[in-house]
Structure formats: C-alpha cells, structure tokens
Design a protein. Structure first.
Length: 314
C-alpha cells in the first residue's frame, strides 16, 4: 500500500509553481516569461503535469489555448496550496516584526481597505517594519467559502452577521448614513420614510446572501427599495448618486471621502440603523502563530484609531 506521504515524496513541488503560472496565464510562453524560465523548460513541466493528472490542462482552441474543465477545477485549489506552501516556508523559529519580510494577506471590501487597511499599512510604515500587507477584495463567493479561504489567508475584515465558527477580534463600530445628490430638490434636510419609499436606489452587494444591514432594515420597515443599479464597491457609490434622484447607503467613516468626490451630500436616515460591528476573522489553524497574533494586535490598534475618527484628519 502506498501512503499519501509516499505519493507526495515522489512529486516535485516546483511543479505546483509551474501549474499556478500555467493556470493563470493560460499560455506556455507567458507562463515561462512570468517564471523567468525557458519555454522548453516549462513545456517539459506541462508534459509532466499532463501525465500526472491524465489531462491536457491546456487545450488549443483556434490560435489560443483554453483551460480544460479539469484545469478550471484545479485553479482555485492550486492558488490555495501554493499560498499554504509559501506560509510554511516563511515561518521562522524566532520572529520580530522589524526583521520580518512576511506578507499578510487580508480579504475585505474597499470600505475596509480605505479605513482600517490604510491605518494598518501606515502604522507598519511609520515603525519601519519589514512586513507588508496584501489586501484582496472579497465577493459573495469568497465570503461563503471563508472557512476554506482563511486556511491560507491571514484574515477577513467583515461585520458580524456573515461568518460563524471562526476566530475573530472586534475592531471598530460604525453606522449607516445616506447619500443623495447635492442640491437635489425635495430633500431639504434629512430623509423621510416617504423618501425611502418613493426614490430609486443604488445598492452594494445586493443578492440573497450578500446585502447590507441597512438595506435589509429598510425592507423590515415595510419599504421594498426600487433598485436602479448595484455596484460591489462602496467607494464608487457617490458616482452613481451624483446628478440623480437615487439614494445610496454608506458607512459614516466613508462620508468624508464621499464628500471629497463632490456632487453628493450626507443625510441621516429616518430610523435608527443597526450599528455595524466590524471584526477581523481568521481560521483557528493560525491560533499558535505568533506572527498572526502580532498582526491581530496591530489591527486592533488601528481599529481604535478608526473608531476615534483620527484617520479622517490625515
């Protein structure tokens, strides 16, 4: 009987790097350039991969190559496996942030990156640390697959209400306000319930499993929003509100950035919106990682700065 360890010992793990490049570039030539290898060398790797998987991986379609259905299935697993392998070999017996060159990978929305992400990055730069951060936009698919994604990523910034059964640290609280076009007739002060019922909306992340608590709360108050546009970006929201009758829902921490774009103004909602409690979530596999624990503490420090509003004065 051949054990899993015996099977792994026969594999050249460099093939994982080649596979990731081939799946990403979908071209032997471009993958070879990316890895700074000769085309014959990468062609040899592709041949070994085809033999191992008993699948072409890349199939010619006219003058181009496409991934086979099997290769498409491999793509996500390959990225995760490569990240996990990188993490293993980046680990150090003794570690100090000033000497480390580790890259921490964090999922989140553009709102999270424009607030706490920017503060975390600034704190690390001000202290002359060697670490760096890779901020990766999440989407509904990533959030639904968070338990698997967070095995290889360091964390996800997202409010309570979307994830369960994962470790987390609360970071900061925020609240919802509304955006309307600057000078829009019919809105002299704050919004009314009649405004919520009569006006169209631009929404963010509007699907069965992806939504904002404010939009859900509006529905619970008996108003079914008439949605003109859906955009998976909070920072882009003002562009879809300016010059229209639309209402947009945005976090108060982003209000200064929205105002700087011009053409919009911030108004209060005609009900008390449920507060947003933002947290950093991670997989329990990182529980004993001192580098990860240090990163969580840095995010908590940044969260206190965001909540105090100090970042808005930068």
């Amino acid at each position: 009987m051949v054990t899993d360890h015996a099977l792994l010992s026969r594999l050249d793990l460099n093939l994982l790097v080649s596979l990731d490049a081939l799946l990403t570039e979908r071209s032997v030539t471009r993958a070879a350039e990316r890895l700074h290898l000769s085309q014959p060398a990468l062609s040899a790797s592709l041949s070994r991969l085809r033999t191992h998987f008993n699948d072409p991986i890349l199939a010619r379609r006219g003058n181009t190559y496409e991934l086979t259905p099997f290769a498409l299935r491999l793509a996500e697993h390959t990225t995760t496996a490569l990240e996990a392998a990188r993490r293993v070999f980046e680990s150090q017996a003794t570690w100090t942030p000033a000497e480390s060159t580790r890259e921490f990978s964090i999922y989140g929305s553009d709102y999270g990156f424009a607030t706490i992400g920017a503060v975390v990055s600034r704190l690390a730069a001000e202290r002359g640390l060697g670490v760096r951060f890779r901020f990766m936009l999440h989407n509904p698919t990533v959030v639904e697959d968070a338990p698997n994604r967070l095995r290889s990523a360091d964390g996800m910034i997202i409010p309570h209400g979307f994830l369960t059964d994962l470790a987390y640290a609360d970071l900061w609280r925020d609240e919802w306000v509304a955006l309307v076009a600057d000078g829009e007739e019919g809105i002299d002060g704050d919004l009314t319930m009649e405004d919520l019922a009569d006006r169209p909306y631009v929404m963010t992340y509007q699907s069965r499993t992806a939504f904002t608590s404010a939009s859900r709360q509006i529905q619970q108050l008996g108003v079914e929003p008439r949605i003109d546009a859906v955009v998976e970006s909070f920072l882009a929201l003002p562009l879809y509100v300016a010059g229209t009758r639309r209402i947009g829902l945005i976090q108060r921490a982003l209000a200064p950035l929205a105002a700087r774009l011009g053409g919009v103004r911030i108004v209060e909602l005609p009900f008390e919106p449920t507060p947003l409690v933002h947290a950093l979530w991670w997989h329990p596999v990182h529980a004993r990682d001192p580098e990860h624990a240090w990163m969580v503490e840095l995010f908590q420090e940044a969260g206190r700065i965001v909540e105090s509003g100090a970042h808005a004065d930068d």
